[in-house]
Ligand binder design. Sequence first.
Ligand code: GNR
Ligand code: NI
Length: 179
Amino acid sequence: MARLEILEFPDPRLRTRAKPVETFDDDLRALVDNMLETMLAAHGIGLAATQVNRHIRVLVLDVSDDQTDPRVYINPRIVDEEGSRVCEEGCLSVPGIYANVQRAETVRVEAQDRNGVTFQEEVTGIHSVCLQHEMDHLEGKLFVDYLSPLKRQMVRKKLDKQRRQKLADQQKSPARPAP
Ligand code: GNR
Ligand code: NI
């Protein structure tokens, strides 16, 4: 297992539209395991392959309280949806930014598991919000796209500032070289 690098906004690779998975092999299962490890290490509740620069239709979730319920969705599609709700969202690719987004309240999703077996499931609450957020990633879409252009500009500036601050901090106390 390995931790993968997570791309960050405004990286243009996050805008890639993911292609369907056609082969369910050991490479795919290794990607799924690495995505789960990366998501848990980053304290995320979901991760799309797009975020780790793999442009295929794979996403993982774990919305359980103690992160013991990993879920895998390959080639997911929403077959039915109902209601709407607004939820404050965050994203591992847009660190430190939170904003309200309107989504369907309940969705019925059809997807394949890591062995290619098709299943259907109805999800609601944070599970539904997170699933829709991850499916947006597979389309090259980010939650900040739902904000006004002015707010999105503010997000860019805040991220730039965070990155400059991080660099400055690193220069103040550089990591000691290995002996
Ligand atoms: O960890 C995450 N939390 C979250 C909170 C509210 C709505 C969506 C999410 S998904 C996010 C992880 C992530 O960026 N997945 O793409
Ligand atoms: Ni995200």
